[in-house]
Write a protein that binds this ligand. Structure first.
Ligand SMILES: *Cc1c(COP(=O)(O)O)cnc(C)c1O
Length: 799
């Protein structure tokens, strides 16, 4: 219905853009292109002037431990005032306890809330896992799970009638205390809970019954009414882009993290506690540092501080970060100033404008996504939200969805993340630490959850994106104050180009054209037995291949895989492994093996550098280093200064080192690990040349094959035959199939030139209707005989 209307003036937009120039350069850890950042629900980005000002402050001032220096203590209290002002309240109404983050705030509430003997803990299904964690700490009689509707009511209007009367509801001394926790904004869907519900719950308890009991005893009393009710609001997602007015809504506890509001610093959050909420806190069971007036070592005797917040701030506060918060607030208010041109007398304040801005973008995106259809009428996007995007009071700047092919099949979110990353778009995929919301929106019943997490072994953060064709998570796009409409358009363009099916006849035509090109070769291969064509060893991770090809050429196998494969790796001055994603020139470093030495050559230049192959020669005076590859720890031996300088020189990066892995990642054992191995640690990647042939680009078939960086290249004559293999034998060696390879970050780099062409991937995705399969991961079925080898020309037998 509505189209996007800019919230900012041209000048405002220009000032904001100037703060994020780093997105236009190649400095992103996660991305390799000009970056479009769409994960503000994960963290928003800090403005460059904010961190410059913070650095300047640190350089200029001597800031001491607040326990030593009154001035720093006063400064920290100044920040408390600012926090209270930000939420339109004051120190008469709320206490500010600085915490490490929102989660630490929730944990503090769980630990200190006094449930008495019959108080209950109620939480919402659509909650962050940090709220679920409260279950382990609370000392409640019973624990109940509510559905969102049981808090908000079926229609928001009926809830809205229970407006706050701007006062706390006096708890009855004769009753025990119950605690209700929910998110002000769902970090999965962006749904905003009607905050009017808070006063209703405090006054009357739960309007729609107690929900389902998760643990503990039921007791005689009605758990939805017969207690004093307190509300803990998880505001982490909400306050990042919305104003929270604590005059109007008065939850007893509010927690959040500052990085979600202005990006920097991390490590600081706050728990706001109302006067009423403070009374429901029991005596603390821990103290330390500034939380006490005194504590005797010789007796169990201590006295907590009088000032409320001091009792809960254990140890030394992150005072250097806290003093930097003021600059964060100032930056926001400078970049998105109160507008005086509309909104009546007072104008529209910063957070209100940001809320409008992100909602406007989300509404625009949702509307565009809804209109995307395949030529056969099937919708491209399945959207996950509760009430649509019309009402800003009910929906924030988050859009969650999955992608479907023209047959209605789901495309895995892992692949969307990959394709997006290749275009420089960073978004989040999975369940976003909100399994309850995931379950709700994806309609996963409890049995299916067991199937996903217990039987299939999915864990948070992995890439088991589809199980039996059912998505286990979603794609989430979320906006911040600096997100531009062009960013949203780029995302839309990516989805259109990569996933909207072309007209059916066009696709047929494409396939026929390819068949025409190679009719003779195709026929020839069809008559042959599948065979091993080529082996590729990558001695230095991410560098060029050492190819073994031609009938009879062979290569030894060790317990880890092909001998010397990925045994060396290049790390930067921080010890981080360098991959082609960060430095495409790596593919120009060519390995040769001559006279028991590894020789590295840069491009076609004649200068080389030589390393001993024998580990014995190597170990002498080399230091040990640790690094991580694909989250797996590896331990390596440093290969010395000569090669380090050679690499730094040719790759144009200071401080590079070459490591030789001394403790190789062991091959997975046990069922659980076998599952995990799919992601990144199978021994071999096998590619079928016939499958690659069906994807022909405007380059030689060899060049395309090289892009996949496989170890074992076979040719079966039939495209995608390998995807049906379960086990196979090459020559004398047996392998089992671990699963299809969905790794796709390298394929956009031409391995001969180092040139990047993101279109490669989208073309492939298109030809395969969104199901990209580049080969299969296989591992040895038995490594008993470590003397085995593979020989080019060996027959490949699939079983
Ligand atoms: C981000 C978030 C959290 C957790 O915040 P931390 O900073 O990781 O402690 C909790 N709840 C919601 C709704 C969030 O969005």
């Amino acid at each position: 219905m509505s189209s996007y209307q800019a919230e900012y003036s041209v000048d405002e937009q220009a000032a904001i853009d100037k703060e994020f120039t780093r997105l236009a350069t190649n400095n992103c850890y996660c991305l390799d292109n000009k970056s479009i950042y769409l994960d503000h629900a994960g963290t928003t980005l800090y403005a460059e002037s904010q961190v410059a000002a913070a650095a300047e402050q640190l350089q200029r001032d001597v800031i001491c431990n607040p326990h030593t220096c009154r001035l720093t203590g006063d400064y920290v209290d100044q920040v408390r005032y600012k926090v209270l002002e930000f939420f339109n309240t004051n120190e008469q109404e709320y206490h500010v306890i600085f915490t490490a983050n929102a989660t630490a705030g929730l944990s503090l509430v769980a630990e200190n809330f006094d449930f008495g003997t019959s108080g209950n803990f109620h939480y919402c299904q659509e909650n962050h896992t940090s709220v679920l964690g409260m279950r382990e700490r609370v000392q409640a009689r019973a624990i109940y799970m509510l559905k969102e509707e049981q808090i908000s009511g079926r229609d928001a209007a009926s809830v809205a009638s229970v407006a706050s009367v701007n006062g706390s509801f006096k708890p009855a001394a004769t009753l025990d205390n119950s605690l209700v926790t929910f998110s002000a904004q769902c970090n999965f869907s962006g749904y905003k809970m009607p905050l009017e519900a808070i006063a209703g719950i405090q006054q009357h308890g739960l309007p729609h019954g107690p929900g389902s009991r998760i643990s503990g005893e039921a007791g005689m009393a009605d758990p939805s009414h017969d207690n004093n009710f307190y509300v803990c609001l998880d505001a982490a997602s909400f306050v990042a882009t919305n104003p929270l007015d604590l005059q109007r809504y008065q939850p007893d506890y509010v927690c959040f993290s500052f990085y979600k509001i202005f990006g920097y610093p991390t490590g600081v959050g706050a728990l706001l506690v109302s006067r009423r909420g403070a009374e429901a806190f029991g005596k603390r069971r821990f103290f330390g540092g500034g939380t006490i007036n005194y504590a005797y070592p010789h007796a169990m005797d201590h006295q907590l501080r009088e000032v409320f917040h001091q009792r809960y701030e254990d140890g030394t506060l992150p005072f250097l970060s806290i003093v930097g918060l003021l600059e964060g607030f100032r930056t926001l208010e400078r970049l998105v100033p109160r507008s005086t041109t509309d909104g009546g007398g007072g104008g529209v304040a910063t957070m209100e404008r940001i809320s409008r801005h992100v909602h406007g973008l989300a509404q625009y995106l949702e509307q565009q996504l809804r209109e995307l259809k395949h030529p056969n009428g099937q919708h491209l996007i399945e959207l996950y939200n509760r009430v649509g995007y019309e009402e800003r009071s009910r929906q924030g700047g988050i859009v969650a969805f999955n992608v479907r092919t023209d047959t209605g099949a789901f495309v895995g979110f892992g692949e969307i993340a990959c394709v997006a990353a290749l275009q420089g778009i960073l978004l989040r995929t999975g369940c976003f630490c909100n399994i309850g919301a995931c379950q709700r929106y994806l309609r996963l019943d409890d049995a299916l959850m067991d199937g996903i997490y217990k039987r299939a072994g999915r864990i948070c953060g992995d890439y088991f994106d589809l199980i039996d064709g059912q998505p286990t998570g979603a794609v989430r796009v979320s906006f911040g104050y600096m997100t531009r409409r062009e960013d949203v358009d780029k995302l839309l363009k990516m989805l259109r180009l990569s996933y909207l099916a072309t007209r059916p006849q066009q696709r047929l035509q494409l396939i026929e054209e390819q068949a025409d090109e190679l009719p003779k070769a195709l026929k020839e291969w069809a008559q042959r037995r599948p065979q091993l064509l080529q082996l590729a060893i990558y001695p230095v991770k991410s560098c060029a291949a050492l190819k073994i090809e031609g009938g009879g050429a062979n290569w030894p196998l060790t317990a880890q895989g092909l001998q010397y494969d990925r045994e060396w790796m290049i790390v930067d001055m921080n010890g981080m492994a360098i991959t082609q994603k960060r430095c495409t020139e790596l593919c120009l470093i060519k390995p040769h093996i001559r006279d028991d030495q590894l020789v590295l050559q840069y491009g076609d230049l004649s200068t080389t550098v030589t390393l001993p192959l024998s580990l014995a020669d190597q170990a002498e005076n080399s230091s040990r280093c640790r690094s991580k590859v694909c989250r797996q720890p590896v331990e390596g031996l440093d290969c010395g200064d000569e090669v380090a300088e050679w690499l730094s020189g040719y790759l144009g990066m200071d401080g590079l080192r070459l490591l030789r892995q001394s403790s190789r990642r062991s091959s997975p054992s046990g069922e659980q690990q076998q599952q995990l191995s799919l992601v990144n640690q199978a021994q071999f990647l096998l590619v079928n040349r016939s499958s690659v042939r069906s994807l022909q680009f405007e380059e030689s078939l060899d060049e395309t094959v090289d892009r996949f960086r496989a170890n074992i290249i076979i040719d079966t004559g039939t495209a995608f035959e390998e995807l049906s293999y379960k086990q196979l034998t090459i020559g004398q060696v047996q392998f089992q199939v671990e699963g299809p390879c969905q790794r796709c970050d390298m394929i956009c780099i031409n391995q001969r030139t180092g040139e990047r062409s993101p279109d490669t991937l989208t073309t492939i995705s298109r030809l395969q209707s969104g199901k990209m399969r580049f080969g299969i991961y296989i591992s040895r079925s038995s490594t008993a005989n470590s003397k085995e080898q593979l020989t080019c020309g060996d027959v490949v037998l699939a079983t």
